[in-house]
Design a protein around this ligand. Structure first.
Ligand code: NAP
Length: 486
């Protein structure tokens, strides 16, 4: 067992962990370690390697504001390019040396006497740190559906986030379960290879055209040469995305143009009225994440691809049986069934002041101050914590604001010579009451769908309810009056 005591421990080396490390360093907080459970950096952009994996937010926006990339080759860059960007950025800002790979965190416990966090790794090593920054995000534990007989299946089966690249799909009969953001990216690629495919759809997503074009070299060179041009392009994307989100952030009735765009796209791409009816959603657009794709509808319209809407009753050795008794023989099952969002937090072993488990702190619902800090958990900072997710713009923007929030607190501590900081419960209450008041009228609650945005009581604990500039204005600097410095 090894013991060490860096001043700050960061968990995760995705956009959040790397971004936090880079900004800490720039601010003179050099004594930190980034713990990464994998053997490589990148977080979700390392784990997800399924065919067709790409960003669904324009890349010029889905990147750090302090590290613009003039060279994105497409409007929506593929996974490898995003991962390469993160690798490059980690090197450029000198944070790679701070990363400890293969270091999975088992538990984090606050030691009241030492005013420090005890971070225990899966292998038994213990780190003692003054502060902990969680950059684990919400989408990293694959969710397998709880289907009767699933363990009996004799063919190949894997989740989209754990892609088996050694499996040869050519000539195979394949079942895809799920039609979310991941599935609509890999279904078209698989359809090109397989002999037959059945896509098991529980809820059809709303899909709009993806304005994905290659960015010509001449344009990339212009971005490189003309000062301010890349930032101007990014700003244009930012305001376009915010303007389009007005139906989500202000009133669902303002979503009519979005609805029309999606319906026209569907009508144009799926001429068969039977299939079109099957994949037409019956809930308000925006209630679930709106997806972008130009090749998903054409793929499911191909003769060797079938969309199955009868629920799955059972999985057998070589088949999937639907509720109406039909049996689909398959060689492989690919789960595009998303991630354990709520469980990921429920399984966290984080213990604050007085032995308080984070689950007990959240017994009445998951919430935090500005999505970042928690009463009773001193010097504990969450990136992409409660109610900081987005359906309409780049979460990298949200992460950067949370990093600023955290840094403003660390600077205050430095100035005051304080050893601890935590939010006042009444400030957290007021902040979250405001969020929840706004969410009650929003499309995610009112739109007639169920989604991972909502907890078991139907309360949205995932999304920021408004425009992202509101989060920027209200959250990038912590209000000292909201906090207790110890
Ligand atoms: P997801 O959006 O949660 O979709 C999961 C799909 O599986 C849904 O269609 C769901 O149906 C279905 N499903 C789940 N359990 C099922 C069951 N027991 N039986 C039948 N169907 C079941 O997951 P995801 O596609 O992996 O995406 C997760 C999130 O990751 C996205 O919302 C997005 O934020 C992010 N993402 C981003 C990108 C990107 O390009 N930037 C790409 C992929 C993912 P229901 O709708 O009925 O629940």
């Amino acid at each position: 067992m090894m013991e060490s005591s860096p001043r700050i421990v960061i968990v995760g080396s995705g956009f959040a962990g790397l971004g936090a490390g880079i900004q800490l360093k720039r601010d003179g907080f050099d004594d930190f370690v980034i713990l990464e459970k994998s053997r490589a950096l990148g977080g979700t952009w390392h784990d997800n390697t399924y065919p067709g994996c790409a960003c669904d937010v324009p890349s010029h926006m889905y990147s750090f504001s302090f590290e613009l990339n003039h060279g994105w080759t497409r409007m929506f860059a593929p996974q490898q390019e995003i991962r390469a960007y993160l690798e490059r950025t980690a090197d450029k800002y000198g944070v790679r040396g701070h990363i400890r790979f293969g270091a999975a965190v088992d538990s984090m416990e606050y030691d009241e006497d030492a005013q420090a966090w005890k971070v225990t790794l899966a292998g038994g090593d213990v780190l003692t740190a003054r502060a902990v920054i969680s950059g684990v995000g919400a989408l990293h534990i694959p969710s397998y559906p709880d289907l009767p007989g699933i363990e009996r299946f004799q063919g190949t089966a894997f989740h989209s986030a754990e892609w088996d690249h050694s499996y040869d799909f050519r000539g195979k009969r394949v079942a895809v379960i799920g039609t979310g953001a991941s599935a609509i990216q890999f279904v078209p690629k698989l359809a090109e290879q397989v002999d037959r495919m059945v896509v098991f759809q529980r809820t059809p997503p709303w899909i709009q055209p993806k304005p994905d074009v290659a960015i010509p070299e001449a344009v990339r060179r212009t971005f490189e040469k003309v000062p301010g041009s890349t930032r101007a392009f990014r700003d244009l994307i930012y305001w376009t995305l915010e303007a389009r989100a007005i139906g989500f952030t202000v009133d669902p009735r303002l979503s009519a143009p979005q609805d029309r765009l999606a319906r026209r796209h569907l009508a144009r791409q799926i001429p068969d009225p039977g299939l079109r009816a099957k994949v037409t959603p019956d809930y308000t657009i925006g209630c679930k994440r709106v997806l972008l794709s130009n090749d998903y509808y054409p793929a499911i319209a191909r003769p060797h691809v079938q969309v199955e809407t009868a629920g799955i009753a059972e999985v057998r050795e070589h088949s999937i049986v639907t509720g109406d008794g039909r049996e689909h023989e398959v060689d492989a099952i690919v789960y595009g069934t998303g991630f354990k969002v709520v469980d990921a937090m429920a399984e966290w072993r984080v213990v604050g002041r007085n032995g308080m488990k984070i689950q007990d702190a959240w017994a009445d619902g998951i919430e935090a101050h500005h999505g970042t800090t928690l009463p009773g958990f001193p010097n504990f900072f969450m990136m992409l914590g409660p109610n900081t997710g987005l359906g309409h713009n780049s979460v990298v923007f949200m992460i950067e604001i949370q990093i600023q929030h955290m840094l403003s607190l660390l600077r205050q501590m430095r100035r005051r010579g304080a050893r601890t900081v935590e939010p006042r419960p009444e400030a957290v209450r007021a902040f979250n009451d405001r969020i929840q008041r706004r969410l009650r009228r929003a499309v995610w609650n009112e739109g007639g769908c169920d989604s991972w945005y909502l907890d078991e009581n139907g309360v949205n604990r995932s999304l920021w309810p408004g425009h992202t500039f509101e989060f920027w204005a209200g959250s990038r600097k912590a209000r000292p009056a909201d906090y207790i410095f110890g």
